[in-house]
Design a protein around this ligand. Sequence first.
Ligand SMILES: [Fe+2]
Ligand SMILES: [Fe+2]
Length: 244
Amino acid sequence: MITRNMHMCQAVLENHQLLPLFPRFNLKLGFGEMSVEEVCSTHQVNTDFFLEIANSYLDDDYVPGEGLSRFSLGTVVKYLYSTHSYYVMTALPQVEVKIHHLLDQSNFSDKEVNLVTGFFNDYKKEFLGHISKEEQNVLPYILELEEQSTRDHPDPAFIEKLHTYSISEFEKEHDRLETSLENLSRLIIKYLPPSEDFQLCIQVLNELAALVKDLVDHANMEDKVLIPRVLELERELLHKNDST
Ligand SMILES: [Fe+2]
Ligand SMILES: [Fe+2]
């Protein structure tokens, strides 16, 4: 477990799996003797939020909920945006390069290559569509809802919209992105002939497993933290408006 007074260097040495989190908080290496709290405050990062995310990332059984409800929706949404950009700019392209490398290195038939490539391309399309829908519609809506709820007189047009739209619409169709990715690992393990480069195969499967775990945390944060809080805020805002 990471605490605020630990040296950040030691925290990373003991928990190197935290490293993919750093770009999401805009934290760069070169921590010197600084503690976790000092690093966070130097980079204008909320230390409690960083600790909550980092410790949840390290705990396989963690289900987000209580702990994250201490933070504003804006803070959670900002983190979700930066996680999306980590997936789109870094994690998914890295997996893609490794998969192509694996397919190039081995004596797979055209049919096997097309099977894996086709599966990955379909997944990538699904993935990018999912992220873009959240970024264009859902997250901006949540930020506006939070902003409107701080006003004494919320915008009537927004209240009108609340009568016809609720985050529950998004909740009903929110897919779990990790499921298809796990199926890709399954496909490689079960149906591809043994690769000539087993080390590369291990790397591909490790990267897929790491991304699956990250996506599980991400979707849990959306389903178990974000949506229930947005539903509550929607109800509060409508109630407040009805009683004025
Ligand atoms: Fe998301
Ligand atoms: Fe999502």
